[in-house]
Design a protein around this ligand. Structure first.
Ligand code: CA
Length: 229
């Protein structure tokens, strides 16, 4: 599981140490020392997760978390707050500001990586390497294999990501623009009808094993992966 992680930490030694450990674990790290620098990076590209130090010069980590949560584009980014404070009240304030989790310094790299994995699994299951299976349709992110009732299904890279996203976010309607953001990437200029083209390809690949009916068109809205008719 390699994630793009934005690390916001003003103490150079701690920033260096955390960045080193994240990189060792296979993550890509973007760094910022201030709220302003962090928000600029987020404007350029959405990270998969933000590690946010509470005490920063100027705007605090809590302020940044609130800003991210109040913007439609950034409100779903998973946030883990890093803090030297261990008071129960501070923890509550941190979580109320929109953080998904809260780690008190000092923490071990192992603990940090475990928390990142847990938050991604909860908030962005398509980021993890867990295999998913629905009604005999199985997708394994590690081997990059898809099978239907045991038989191999060949998918192109985009169809693979699309199916992975659908399988990890079932029973919800996704608009074309949401699918573009989640599957093609933020700020990518692709026409919405491109989504329809790839959905068509995905369905035709799933036809042989009869799993194409799992990809449903929701008229006027978008698409849904569902086991219900
Ligand atoms: Ca600090």
């Amino acid at each position: 599981m390699a994630a793009n992680i934005l690390l916001v930490e003003d103490e150079p030694a701690i920033q260096e140490l955390i960045a080193f450990n994240l990189t060792q674990a296979g993550h890509h790290v973007l760094r910022a020392s201030t709220a302003e620098a962090a928000l600029t990076l987020v404007r350029n590209a959405l990270p998969d997760l933000v590690l946010l130090d509470w005490m920063l010069p100027g705007a605090s980590g809590v302020d940044i978390a609130k800003r991210l949560r109040s913007d439609e584009r950034t409100k779903h980014i998973p946030i883990i707050m890093l803090t030297a404070r261990s008071d129960e009240q501070d923890k509550i304030t941190g979580l109320e500001s929109g953080a998904d989790d809260y780690i008190t310094k000092p923490f071990s790299p192992r603990e940090l990586l475990a928390r990142i994995k847990a938050v991604l699994r909860r908030r962005a299951p398509q980021m993890t390497d867990d295999a998913v299976e629905v009604q005999g349709l199985r997708l394994d992110p590690i081997t990059h294999r898809v099978s239907g009732n045991g038989g191999t299904i060949d998918l192109g890279p985009t169809e693979f990501r699309l199916l992975h996203f659908f399988m990890t976010h079932p029973e919800r309607v996704h608009s074309r623009s949401q699918l573009l953001d989640q599957v093609w990437g933020d700020h990518v200029f692709v026409e919405e009808r491109t989504v329809d083209v790839h959905i068509r390809r995905l369905r035709s690949s799933l036809e042989t094993t009869g799993h194409d009916a799992l990809i449903q068109t929701v008229r006027g809205t978008g698409y849904r992966f569902s086991t219900q008719q």
